[in-house]
Design a protein around this ligand. Structure first.
Ligand SMILES: Nc1ncnc2c1ncn2[C@@H]1O[C@H](COP(=O)(O)OP(=O)(O)OP(=O)(O)O)[C@@H](O)[C@H]1O
Length: 250
């Protein structure tokens, strides 16, 4: 579970997040949608410390990552606690971010061995099971350069899952993919949702938001404009800006 409250963030004096709050409950799939530049990716990156927030609080699985202060910037937990708390969240990026000089298998076992100190044989057995789950066991000894974008992204998902996160954060996981490759990644994500993985997904895929997400959050200009369960969000958007956005996207 993640509880983010009143997150603010500026880059070089430009306010990008203007007080964003979100509760992501256990087993819930929440899609974050909105126009380009509205702050969706920045918000997601703030949740796992890829960006430092200016103000607001972030609590992950009951532990405070950052705490709002009466004055001045939010106070973060100690470096060791930040690292430990952030390991509860797996992250999948638009650009895959696989290590190009490592095989698929090596990509998946690297963090479990170096960070979790898993014995190599245990890490390999686990990686094989995950690669099988995402349909890529046959590619385990290939280098990422030999894979399609969709395959790379499924390896990236397996790699994140190998750390046994409680929560998965997806930052536009299909935006760099051709439509036919998007389908296979969305299938893997749908499967994860069916297994009750807690997921926060920044996406332009309205089909995913409608069919897989339990709740949809619409961001515009650094704010959450609308948050509703998926069916209600798409059948009866409450706000003019949401309606305009959906009109453009659907
Ligand atoms: N590291 C950074 N330094 C400066 N500005 C940044 C940085 N990261 C994001 N921004 C700016 O913050 C704003 C929000 O960007 P963000 O990527 O969060 O939007 P988004 O809603 O995810 O957009 P998109 O759908 O196009 O990915 C943009 O104006 C962007 O240029």
């Amino acid at each position: 579970m993640i509880e983010a409250t009143g997150i603010t963030k500026a880059f070089n004096g430009v306010q990008v997040l203007r007080g964003v709050s979100l509760t992501l409950r256990k087993g819930e799939v929440v899609a974050v949608i909105g126009p380009s530049g509205s702050g969706k990716s920045t918000f997601l990156r703030c949740l796992n410390h890829l960006e430092i927030i200016d103000g607001g609080s972030i609590v992950v699985e009951g532990e405070a990552l950052a705490t709002a202060q009466a004055e001045g910037p939010s106070r973060y937990a100690s470096d060791a606690d930040v690292r430990r708390i952030c390991r509860k969240m797996g992250m999948v990026f638009q650009s895959f971010n696989l290590f190009p000089h490592m095989t698929v298998l090596e990509n998946v076992i690297e963090a479990p061995i170096t960070v979790k100190r898993l014995p190599r044989a245990t890490a390999i057995a686990k990686a094989d099971a995950l690669l099988d789950k995402v349909g890529l066991l046959a590619k385990r000894d290939n280098y990422p350069g030999r894979l399609s974008g969709g395959q790379k992204q499924r390896v990236a998902i397996a790699r994140a899952l190998a750390m046994e996160p409680d929560i998965m954060l997806f930052d536009e996981p299909t935006s760099a993919l051709d439509p036919e490759l998007t389908v296979e990644v969305l299938r893997t994500m749908r499967q994860l949702a069916e297994e009750h993985m807690t997921m926060l997904v920044v996406t332009h895929e309205m089909g995913f938001a409608r069919e897989v997400a339990h709740r949809v959050i619409f961001m515009d200009d650094g704010r959450v404009v609308e948050s509703a369960d998926s069916a209600r969000f798409f059948s009866a958007p409450q706000h003019e800006r949401t309606r305009t956005f959906l009109g453009q996207m659907l």
